[in-house]
Design a protein around this ligand. Structure first.
Ligand code: PMP
Length: 401
């Protein structure tokens, strides 16, 4: 039986798009929001806003309480050792840029930063810039034919000059869990810092960061069914303590004079200025909502849908999958058809999928492609969405071939 989503009705956005004739299959770019998140956002904004951490008045105390409650929820959700290990940023991109600046003073010319061949630009360009600034080597771990980091090569390449390893948990193009436990063990053996880009992985299942043992982990609220404009940076307490401060302004100092200042430790020392208060509170609501779900049921639904997506793609002539996707998404190209033309014809039929390089240009180039189509799934998608997609795909391919 084709998968039916029991959560679809919780998402006004998906119903609104459906009413407009749109089939949304682009959740890896950003996810629709459940009603609980909309209620929390509007509820906060409509009940009298205030700035956080500054005012003694009632609205200020209320906003601060709700804001800090969201931090506790995030800490619990990721199983951080304490709320002080959670910094609110604008998103994964900002978290990674913060780290590339915050760790700069610890890296010496000639040392190595190690990333992988599948990284999103957000987990490539900040390190590339840092490498240029500090005269470091940026070493790229190759992939195997499935789209996983090749562990034999990783074991050979990660060595005494490696000072930092930054890798994705789940690829936004290839849809595979990466062998994090093994990679982190290799980094640890060299005393290197480890950064995990959880932008795609965070929403799938629960992740115990203490058990994982990374120094830093980043993710974005908007891919977690929460609002945009906010992200998380988790850092192990000792690792956070080594970061240099990066943005300077209100609420991040202990003491300031005209010529010098003393900065707060994490998290507030890394949250200069007014944060995205409403978005953070609504992210808290998204985490509550995720916590309330039957995770086994969600995983089963997502697996069934993904299997149907793969089977449909594999059964079509000329459709080539990129790697061997395990969950959440599949990227493909079609022999003799340009991905932009295909995306255009799909869009004309109300199918919202992503085409292009997916902010992973070096990966695309290494695969000899200028781009690909990516279909990505949220828990609100169901078998009907896939049927509409495949019917539109067949129409488009009839026209293009
Ligand atoms: N890393 C990966 C793997 C991603 O897929 C994305 C978002 N596409 C990012 C980082 C950046 O996330 P954001 O745009 O929310 O900062």
């Amino acid at each position: 039986m084709s998968p039916i989503s029991p959560w679809r009705a919780d998402f006004p956005g998906i119903l609104a798009l459906e009413a407009e004739g749109q089939t949304y299959l682009d959740s890896a770019a950003t996810a629709q929001k459940p009603q609980a998140v909309l209620d929390a956002l509007l509820g906060y904004l409509a009940s009298g806003v205030a700035n956080v951490h500054r005012a003694q008045h009632l609205p200020g105390e209320r906003a601060t309480r709700a804001f800090e409650a969201a931090r506790s929820k995030a800490a619990q959700w990721l199983n951080a050792a304490s709320t002080e290990e959670i910094i609110f940023t604008r998103g994964s991109t900002e978290s990674l840029n913060l780290l590339a600046y915050g760790l700069e003073h610890l890296l010496q010319p000639g040392e190595q930063i190690v990333i992988s061949a599948l990284e999103h630009h957000a987990n490539l360009l900040p390190w590339q810039q840092l490498a240029k600034r500090r005269n470091l080597e940026l070493l790229v771990l190759p992939l195997d034919h499935t789209g996983s980091i090749d562990m034999q090569q990783a074991a050979r390449l990660i060595g005494p000059r490696t000072r930092l390893l930054a890798v994705s948990q789940l690829s936004n193009v290839l849809g595979r869990w990466q062998p994090l436990a093994e990679l982190l063990a290799l980094a640890r053996a060299q005393g290197a810092f480890s950064v995990v880009d959880g932008a795609q992985g965070a929403v799938h299942g629960r992740h115990d960061l203490q058990a994982l043992g990374c120094d830093f982990y980043v993710c974005s609220s908007h891919k977690l069914y929460g609002p945009d404009g906010v992200g998380l940076l988790y850092g192990r307490r000792e690792a956070l303590g080594k970061l240099q401060h990066w943005q300077f302004g209100g609420e991040m100092v202990l003491d300031a004079d005209y010529q010098s200042a003393r900065y707060r430790p994490a998290p507030l020392g890394f949250e200069a200025g007014t944060p995205a208060v409403s978005a953070v509170i609504a992210l808290g609501a998204a985490l509550d909502w995720l916590n309330g779900l039957d995770h086994t049921a969600v995983a089963r639904h997502e697996a069934a849908l993904h299997a149907e997506l793969l089977a449909g793609l594999q059964s079509r002539n000329g459709v080539r999958l990129l790697g061997k996707p395990q969950l959440a998404l599949a990227s493909f190209c079609v022999d003799g058809v340009h991905n932009a033309d295909l995306a255009h014809l799909l869009s004309e039929q109300g199918i919202a999928v992503r085409a292009g390089h997916h902010c992973a240009m070096p990966l695309m180039k290494s695969l000899g492609l200028s781009g690909a189509i990516r279909v990505s799934l949220g828990m609100y998608n169901d078998g009907d969405d896939l049927r509409r997609f495949f019917s539109a795909l067949d129409n488009a391919l009839d026209l293009l071939r």
